[in-house]
Design a protein around this ligand. Sequence first.
Ligand SMILES: Cc1ncc(COP(=O)(O)O)c(C=O)c1O
Length: 379
Amino acid sequence: MQDGRPDRIEGRHVNMPIELGSTMVFDTLSEFEAARDARYKSGTHYYGRYGNAATHKLEQMLAKLEGADAITLTSSGVAAITTTLMALTRPGSHLLVADNVYGNTRAFCDGLLTQQGVQVEYFDPMIGSAIGHLIREDTAAIMFESPGSGTFEMPDIRAIATAGKSANVPTILDNTWGTPVFSQPIALGVDIVVYSGSKYISGHSDCMLGVTASNATYAKVIRKAVMQIGDKTGGQEILLALRGLRTLKLRMEHIDAAGREMALWFADQPQVKTVLHPALPSCPGQENWARDFTGAAGLFGVVFHTSSERSVRAFVDALHHFGIGVSWGGYESLVLPVTPVRTATNWSETGQLVRFNIGLENVESLKSDLANALPLLDQ
Ligand SMILES: Cc1ncc(COP(=O)(O)O)c(C=O)c1O
C-alpha cells in the first residue's frame, strides 16, 4: 500500500476513514500495560491523545519527506514551536532567536518563556557562522527561520547548523515556507525542523496543524512535552493533511512558477522600490536560497517607494483577487502590510512593506488587479 494509507482499508475508498475516539480498549491487562509503557512512541495505540492509525500514517509520511527519524504533530504551527522551545529550555537557560522570526514566536519568547526565566537573546539572521560567538555555556537552543517572516532574509542554514553542532547546541528551524518539497533542513545539519501544516501541507486554508521533525533523541523529548501538555491534532485535520500531501508537489511547482513571475512583474512597476523574494538577487541571502533550495514558495514582500500608510491602505482595499488576512499557503492570493519588529538589527527601509501570498489563481488576473490598484500609491 502507498505511504500515508493503511495496509488495508475497509470497503473500497481510496482514503482513510475519519477516526474519532478517546478510550481504546485491550483484551488483557498485559496488553494495556505494554501500550501504556510505549505511549510516547509513534505508532502506539493507547489513548486518543497519543494518536491513532491515521495520525501515525501522517507521521510516517512526513518523516520520509523530511528525512527525519520521527515526527510529532501538534494542533497548530505555533504549538509545534512553543512545545519544542519549552521542551528544550529550563529556567535560567539562554536561548538564541533570530531577529526576524514569526511574530507569535517572538511573542512567546518575550512572554511566557521569559516569564519562566529563560534568557532570550535575538541575533542578526544573516550572522552565519559568527553565531558561534554568541553561543554560551548555558545556551539551550538556537531558533531561526527560513526565510524570515515578513522580511524574507534567507539565512545561511548550513553555517548556523554547523556552529550549533560543534557547540552541542540544538538548532530549531521554522521551515514553513520551504516545505519538504523545496528543502531538507535535516540533511543540511539542522536538528529540529518545525512548521505550520496549516499552510502548504494541508493547502486549502481549512485545517490547523503543526509539525516537528527531528532525530530520535530530540523527538523523544519533544513528543513527551507535547503529550504532557496535552496538545492534540484533530481527526479531520489529520485526514486533510494526508490529502494535502497528495498534491503538495504539484501545488508547489505551480506556486513556485507563479510566485516568481509575480515577483519579477512587481520589480518592473514604477511604484516598487525592492522585491523581497528569496529567489531574486534583491533579497538578502538569495545565494543561500540558490544553494539550499530547489524552489520558492509564493510568499514574498514588496517595499514600495511611498512611505504613506494612507495610500497603502487605499491600494490594499482596492484589490479584488487578494484577500486581506493572516496565514498563507492556501488557494487564495493574500495581501497584508507588514511592520517589522527588530531589537538586534535595524529595519532601515522607509518605504511601506507589503506581504503578498500568490495562490493558485490565474496570474494574468492577479496582474491586472494589481495594475488597477497600484496608481493609488503616492509616488
Ligand atoms: C513562518 C510561520 N511559522 C509558524 C506559523 C504559525 O502557524 P499556525 O498558524 O499553524 O499556528 C506561521 C503562521 O502564519 C508562520 O507564518
